[in-house]
Design a protein around this ligand. Structure first.
Ligand code: MOS
Length: 778
């Protein structure tokens, strides 16, 4: 029996003493030639022309297509599976179930719950029952439909608020609780409330969201003897390799995972899926390569979500803005399996604002729905929805500007971590002050207050701030830089570029150190067979993790190059610099040579530098910070909310590439708009328990029409030299954390109505406005 495994989530930092490190850390850049500029993506042409081969584009000779039979019921026992008709369908080459020899595998990635790859109980709609490989995808789906299953349909529970009712069916033998509630406490919360001038309490809810990456989840799998190659759409090829080797009992060296491009994951592709294993099993059985990509409908049911949160927050504040106590509870669910239903939802309450007395209790339950997966800043946008609205309400109650209230409570160290480590840098003050100034916060606030008095089009402004838990990165990471004899460079790195521009940033680091233009830098990445070890791209840690390793490798190549050139030029290596493909003396510019003319390099063919990510500073933590501001116009007759403008001020350390930096800001805000305004997974709780909006028509993603008319990215561009050798912190997640709460605050400012449940759609807002209208008349 295999041990149950914890999913690779964010990289667990390895102990400092065990970290291979650069011989010597290079000093921080005092001025840069390339870093910080606006550089278009080095693979932009490939991406937009369609010539980039994504895993879902993979075509292999002799390839078959896989498809999976999934439970139509949210809760059912499988009594029998009859595959005889399916096997007769034209083009079918294999049909597998849990009873097929070699396919009765354990699925070890659901902590505390024993389950199989094909389990005899389906605990959510879409759970895997059988799979088919056929010559065409259509034949595969015909065969899936021909499989006959006898179900014992069981009662279901699809609402986490009902999961602990005595009438609710038990989803696992131990019941519907995912372990004991998680409790955190510091200080004396009761005393804190007693000391407060104002105490407010409110309930909040955020709905479940689906990741919805452009590229679907799936892979192509091919065996060569007992060696397996998998082309997978993933954020981390090494994570997938480890899981596939584990489940199939193969040596790591016999599993090669390749994912040169990938079309988005947002946390839902940090791990292998059952689909990965199923593709490998079908390929083994047929001795043919098998491609298995899910449909959009399947991804909505089976490969993750941002779980719903039901939160209560009580807060005490003194008239001068001192927070005296925060008490938070959350009921959440990761679906039918332990999947972190409340994971990190309370982190901002614990750590964002200075408060001596904090208590939180989080209860995680099972429901008959697909398991959650990490979703861009897991837990944080949910907690932020509650905390930022509460801060807004507190500031109104004590008549203090919301920006002022936050400025009053900026932490210098992490309150929630053991030993209260200091932050390497916190730019929260700058985010708030510079953000408010650039947005014109004070003016916009009074303008909106004036306009509020007349008509049905009301203006409002809202703001909020955040930090993000990870964002500092850390070891391990290894990178190899090769300088060829013509002066061109190859960068070999295991990390995936999940669409954020990682490759471009890394090429810029190489260019900065070696003076080689971006066009002469080739990047080889995301292949366990040929590229170096990297943890999955996620947690906003890819740039702070990989860029110092890239820099270390480039610096090592530079050292060798200058030493070599020193001999040929009869100069001291220390007096030479690398620029525009040349080695030039700092003292005498006439002493120079092209890299391509170095005779020794021609003989050697290549110079090679290995770079490691050194350890993070001991006893400190690295976190990015942000503040966002927005202005809305609300039509109080229709409940429509128009986002007029948005500003995001981000302290993510040094800005590596201003263009991709801004792209992240725009993308993060868009995703936050989705949480705030449009996105909700709808499960039919009454009759079927099925998800009723599992497609792009009914699941409403924000589109260009929902985007603010004006949006501004304001980087607080200060290198964090204590954090690592490039001074960058993470960005991809803090850009989406406060957005939804900021919008809710602006809607409140415009209308006096607080929408505490996502999404703020027109019907909900109209109902709240009319309820308030009745109250006013009383
Ligand atoms: Mo992220 S949720 O670390 O991809």
């Amino acid at each position: 029996m295999r041990e149950e495994k914890e999913r690779p989530y964010y990289a667990q930092a390895i102990p400092v003493a065990e970290t291979p490190r650069p011989r010597q850390n290079p000093p921080s850049w005092d001025k840069t030639n390339v870093i910080g500029k606006r550089e278009p993506r080095i693979d932009a042409y490939e991406r937009v022309s369609g010539s980039a081969v994504y895993p879902s584009d993979t075509i292999l000779p002799g390839m078959l297509y896989g498809a999976i039979l999934r439970s139509p019921h949210p809760h059912a026992k499988i009594l029998s599976v009859d595959t005889r008709e399916a096997e007769k369908v034209a083009g079918v080459r294999a049909v597998i179930t849990g009873d097929t020899p070699g396919c009765g595998l354990d699925w070890p990635y659901q902590q505390g719950v024993k389950t199989k790859l094909f389990d005899s109980v389906c605990r959510h709609e879409g759970e895997e029952i059988a799979a088919v490989a056929a010559e065409t995808p259509y034949q595969a789906w015909d065969a899936v439909r021909a499989i006959k299953v006898n179900y014992e349909v069981l009662p279901f529970v699809s609402d986490e608020r009902k999961a602990l009712d005595s009438a609710a069916p038990a989803i696992h033998p131990s019941g519907n609780r995912v372990g004991e509630p998680q409790v955190y406490e510091r200080g004396d919360v009761e005393r804190g409330f007693a000391e407060a001038d104002v105490v407010l309490e409110e309930s909040y809810r955020t709905e479940s969201e689906l990741h919805t990456p452009m590229e679907l989840h799936g892979c192509a799998a091919k065996w060569d003897g007992d060696r397996l190659t998998v082309w997978e759409s993933t954020q981390g090829v090494y994570a997938v390799q480890a899981e596939v080797a584990e489940v199939l009992g193969l040596p790591l060296a016999h599993v090669r995972v390749i994912g040169h491009y990938m079309g988005g994951g947002f946390g839902s592709k940090l791990q292998a899926g059952k689909y990965t294993i199923i593709a490998a099993l079908l390929a083994k059985k047929t001795a043919r390569p098998v491609k298995l990509f899910l449909s959009r409908e399947e991804t909505y049911l089976c490969v993750g979500n941002r779980p719903p949160s039901n939160m209560k927050l009580k807060a005490g504040v003194k008239k001068d803005g001192t927070l005296t106590a925060l008490e938070f509870t959350c009921l959440g669910t990761g679906g039918a399996y332990p999947a972190g239903g409340t994971s990190l939802v309370d982190w901002l309450v614990r750590d964002l604002y200075v408060c001596p007395n904090v208590r939180s209790k989080m209860t995680d339950v099972f429901i008959n729905a697909g398991p959650a997966r990490p979703f861009r800043a897991p837990g944080h946008p949910q907690g932020s929805w509650a905390l930022e609205q509460m801060l807004d309400a507190l500031s109104e109650a004590i008549r203090m500007d919301p920006v002022e209230l936050r400025l009053k409570n900026i932490p210098a160290f992490s309150q929630a971590r053991q030993g209260n480590p200091a932050y390497t840098t916190t730019g929260l003050r700058e985010c708030l002050e510079e953000g408010a100034r650039a947005f014109g916060w004070k003016e916009a606030k009074s303008r909106a207050a004036e306009a509020k008095k007349k008509g049905h089009l009301r203006r409002g402004v809202g703001m909020g701030s955040c930090l993000w838990l990870v964002g500092g990165g850390g070891p391990p990471s290894t990178v190899i830089v090769k300088l060829f004899s013509d002066g061109s460079v190859n960068l070999n790195m295991g990390a995936s570029d999940i669409g954020t521009g990682t490759k471009t940033v890394m090429a810029m680091v190489v260019s900065e150190e070696l003076g080689v233009p971006l066009g002469k830098i080739e990047i080889e990445n995301a292949d366990t067979g040929t590229t170096q070890y990297a943890t999955p791209s996620g947690g906003s840690k890819t740039v702070p993790t990989e860029s110092p390793a890239v820099r270390a490798a480039a610096v090592e190549v530079k050292r060798q190059t200058l030493e070599m050139a020193g001999k040929e030029l009869n100069a001291e290596a220390a007096d030479l610099i690398l620029i525009d493909g040349q080695v030039v003396s700092k003292n005498d510019p006439s002493v120079k040579t092209k890299i391509a003319d170095l005779a020794d390099l021609k003989r050697r063919g290549v110079l090679l530098g290995v770079g490691y990510r050194g350890p993070n500073p001991e006893g400190k933590v690295v976190n990015p910070f942000a503040a966002q501001f927005c202005e809305v116009e609300v039509n109080t007759r229709t409940g429509e909310v128009k986002l007029l403008r948005f500003l995001s001020a981000n302290d993510s350390g040094r800005v590596m590439n201003r263009l991709t930096f801004d792209n992240q800001v725009f993308g993060g805000i868009t995703m936050g708009i989705g949480l705030a305004m449009t996105e909700v997974r709808i499960l039919d709780g009454k009759q079927t328990g099925k998800m009723v909006n599992r497609n792009w028509h009914d699941y409403k993603l924000p589109t260009a029409l929902d985007f603010p008319l004006k949006i501004e990215s304001l980087p607080i561009d200060r290198e964090d030299s204590a954090a690592n050798t490039t001074g960058a912190k993470g960005l991809g997640e803090p850009v989406t954390i406060p957005t939804a709460g900021v919008i809710a605050n602006a809607v409140y400012h415009a209308t006096g109505v607080r929408v505490t449940t996502t999404p703020i759609h027109p019907m909900r807002l109209c109902r709240l406005l009319s309820e308030r209208g009745k109250e006013d008349k009383r």
